[in-house]
Design a protein around this ligand. Structure first.
Ligand code: NAD
Length: 429
């Protein structure tokens, strides 16, 4: 679905008119492409409380280390570090704040570190020009390499206002056990198999393409009615199609049987909406949404872990939604199912990592331009598109890039996270 307003504001008369009327000014986002694999310009590294080097040119990104900030005076150093440079960050640039986990034994440190969250989200809302601001809480910088590479790249164009926690590497030393020694950063998933549910179209198809770009052999799963599309996509990506309704009671076992050599990446993407206000919602609308979006996700996850199909180094990425975080009128069924996905991720993540070596995370898309959102009535659609810090809808590839980062072999220290891909939606922020 074309965003005509975005195109209009990209023209000189459009800019003049919309600025004069005080209307949203969405900036064109520069996403990853083979021709545009990295941000153009320098990354300026700052540390709160230390003198800042003067940037020679407007930086494409700023990384501010605020991990040691423990009190209100330390927060003044955050202001002092970013205040002079924030204006100079290039359009479409990035600000990444590095924070530390909250210390339960020190409420001054916890207050200061939590303050960074409010700071990050507020700066994200005011910075404009397609620039993003995110906070990474870490203890082990080396274990956060894949995360920092993602946030400092064009791949994260629609991810803003997020707080991402990165744990420690699984090895003895810093970062050890998180970055495989033979990792090819251009083809990180080479030699790995990924299965994407609901991948015949929309976001799932973009996820399949992006994981294939990163070297994975991709299994494109969708309902039998969508088999022709699934097959076409699988052929183009050099993968395979699997015609299967994910709500089948034995779907997990059938996937396991189709993948005797195991699975490395499982992306739960299949999802449906059947909107009605609760007063008008018949039980079928409730149960079909809960079945596809939640029950089948729980069942197949359990089956693929217990059969050992997903094992050491495995990755599960589930698909939530901002409707599951903020709630949405007419979507009690959908909101419940997507909040359920968040509960599944948070509860299972530590156990799946400890017992199976598998990470479990979720993406929570906001307004993404797909057939699902094209069906939304015009005015609500237009509001959904604009009500975020980037004043535009995301594209399926934005969710796909975020999924690819979570599926990355070097993302083993990212676990139990729910990362919104919503341009910092104003809903449920
Ligand atoms: P879509 O309707 O375009 O595609 C969904 C795909 O899932 C279809 O190919 C469909 O055939 C498949 N599917 C449905 N039921 C299935 C089943 N029982 N078994 C196997 N496959 C099944 O949807 P989309 O917009 O690409 O959304 C993908 C995911 O992202 C969904 O989980 C959705 O809830 C979530 N999401 C989307 C948006 C958005 O703005 N589009 C926002 C938040 C979350």
């Amino acid at each position: 679905m074309a965003d005509r307003y975005l195109r209009f504001t990209g023209t000189a008369p459009g800019r003049f008119l919309t600025r004069g009327l005080g209307l949203p000014q969405p900036a064109e986002l520069h996403r990853w492409s083979p021709e545009h694999p990295a941000l153009k310009g320098e990354v300026l590294h700052l540390t709160a409380g230390k003198p800042a080097p003067a940037p020679a040119a407007p930086p494409a990104a700023v990384v501010l280390d605020a991990t040691h900030v423990r009190d209100v005076e330390g927060l003044a150093d955050v202001h002092a570090a970013l205040h002079p440079v924030v204006r100079s960050v290039a359009a479409g640039g990035r600000i990444v704040v590095l924070g530390a986990p909250l210390d339960p034994a020190d409420h001054h440190q916890a207050a200061a570190q939590q303050a960074l969250e409010g700071f990050t989200r507020s700066l994200g809302k005011e910075i404009g020009r397609g620039r993003t601001v995110n906070l990474v809480r870490l203890t082990d910088r080396a274990a956060a390499e894949s995360t920092l590479r993602f946030l400092l790249s064009p791949k994260s164009a629609y991810v803003s206002g997020q707080v991402i926690e990165v744990g420690e590497g699984s090895g003895e030393g810093p970062g050890e056990g998180t970055v495989p020694a033979d990792l090819d950063w251009d083809q990180p998933l080479s030699g790995r198999t990924a299965l994407v549910t609901g991948a015949a179209r929309g976001i799932g198809a973009a996820v399949a393409e992006t994981l294939a770009r990163d070297g994975a052999r991709v299994v494109v799963l969708d309902v039998p009615q969508a088999e022709a599309d699934a097959r076409r996509l699988a052929e183009r990506l050099g993968g395979e199609a699997l015609a299967l309704d994910i709500t089948a009671a034995d779907a997990g076992e059938r996937i396991a049987a189709a993948l005797p050599d195991g699975l490395d990446v499982l992306v739960h993407n299949a999802g449906i909406t059947r909107d009605r206000r609760l007063v008008n919602m018949p039980v079928e609308r409730w149960s079909s949404v809960l079945e596809v979006n939640l029950a089948s996700v729980l069942r197949t996850t359990d089956a693929l872990l217990s059969t050992g199909t997903l094992g050491e180094g495995g990755r599960i990425v589930a698909t939530a939604s901002i409707a599951g975080l903020a709630g949405n009128a007419g979507q009690t069924n959908y909101g419940a199912s997507k909040a359920g996905v968040v509960g599944l991720v948070r509860s299972l993540a530590p156990r799946a990592l400890a017992e199976h070596g598998v990470t479990v995370n979720a993406v929570a898309p906001g307004f993404i331009e797909t057939k699902m959102t094209a069906a939304v009535p015009l005015l609500i659609r237009e509001a959904g598109r604009r009500m975020n810090s980037l004043a535009q809808g995301g594209l399926p590839v934005d969710v796909a890039e975020t999924t690819a980062w979570l599926a990355h072999p070097a993302s083993g220290a990212v676990n139990g996270q729910v990362v919104r891909v919503c341009g910092q939606s104003l809903l449920g922020a």
